[in-house]
Design a protein. Sequence first.
Lengths: 280, 324
Amino acid sequence: MSLFKERQYLRVHVDREPDDSLWMKCKSCGELVFKRRVRENSNVCPSCGEYFFQTSQERIESILDPGTYEPLGERLVTDDPLSFVDSRPYRERVAETQAKTGLDDAILIGRGAIEGIPIVIGVMDFRFIGGSMGSVVGEQISRAIEAAIADRRAFILISSSGGARIQEGMFSLLQMAKTVTVRRRLAEAGLPFVSVMTYPTSGGVQASIASLGDILIAEKGAMIGFAGRRVIEQTIAEELPAHFQTESFALERGQIDRVVRREDLRSELALALGFFVGAR
Amino acid sequence: MTDERTLDLLESKIEELRQLNAIDGMDLSKEIARLEEKLAVLRQDLYSNLTDWERVRIARHPKRPYALDYIASVFSDFYELRGDRIVGDDRALVAGLARLDGRPVALLGQQKGRTTEENKERFFGMTRPQGYRKAKRLMELAERFGFPLVSLIDTSGAYPGVESEELNIGGAIAENLQTMAGLRVPTVAVIIGEGGSGGALAIGLADRVLMLEDAIYSVITPEGAAAILWKDKERAREAATALQMTAPHLQNLGLIDGVIPEPLGGAHKNPAVTSAALKEALVRHVNELSAIPLDQLLAARYQRYRNVGRYTIRPATESQGALP
């Protein structure tokens, strides 16, 4: 492994189909690893520690107390407000992604508990059009926050998003305004918001709701930034420093509070939330 | 099909004839009148049926009036306030106090440069974290003293650079959004040229959002969308249409509160007329907003942004992404 290997999640989905093979090869270290052990280990390679991609369902499973997750409210799907067509119709792209992932859009929201502390959680899913935020993601984040206020619970958002969803145009951009507007109400209600940034937390999501947690936690291996590497390199022709937009880059520059390993995220959240229980 | 060059050519021909007319005492007035009539028809023809891409070109026209032009023509006593108090002063975003029809307002304007030298100073109108933090300072100042806040938006986007990321440009934009969402004074934002994504929204979360007729406002540049979705930068025209980024489109979608008319061919064809229209709109909206009790103003702002988005409720059968 090269010294300055750029940290990135391997885009390996750890299959949970029972008829699949029991073993998988880690793309990072080349070891054959037992799949169930990978799953039990929050999709971290038991051999080299490389992180495999985690779906929103898997994240919920690895963070919440078993059996406590309860999906929130209604199922929402996008209206395709611009009747957008690029290389293919947006509707088709959405339908196909829905079929492939079993998700309605790029986020799951629900109630649950972490080490007994009741919370409302939103977990974004990168598989769904890059975890991008359009009308549905914005609305679900807003509803999650409103549920947290109604139940007087803490709110946790786990971001994994390339930014605003292009195909919904200005409706997507305005989801930044929407989520931030609702976030204020949570603060006014005196309830905490812990924002967890994973790979990647960028664009319109980083420039709105994800950056506004009372506590900002980055998962090890996260990418955090506003403009994408390629955009910066192309438009500005600047050389990008090593570890640019990594979690350590963000930590060193004072942009986030803490960096945690995925294996430790659950206990980290319990620790952080504990301070707020009974506050106010 | 007529294009802008044909019009320019015709205009210069008419000007030549006028000079001849003056010098030689020849009577060319009939000729001139005929050509002027022709020019008017062509101009109407060309500019009244603008495609979305043509509007993008007008919004980016190098002769288009910029924020400081409007600040000089629409406002009086502009008193610039500089610096973010931490890192520096971003010349791509000017800020200060000014009077609008005699009333003191806090003013933010994104400023492009016209010359190479100016563009170097103004970073081609792309705002950096220093600029957003200066803007936030002005927002808070406006709130302390009850000044309405007016934003003139004109940027292709926030500045994408190493320093921007080091200074947490995303965090700075987020902070501004949060500040504007709760700002206890009336706020009006006008997109005067380009409304480039989060870089524009960062000073645009307002009670009233207006656009000049040939301005654009988009989640991404047409070129950026073409590169990502069509994998071909050359298809920016298609992207511009698909994104519905022009003022008429955004008004139809219910996302903006008003379109301020521009002269045929764009604001640069007659800056004075454009300034007058902009001033009329600003004065009217600031007056209207100032008459609304603060709690109602904030409640209306909340509803406006809380409810933005288009989705459908899916009949509940089973929950999505059910855990196995």
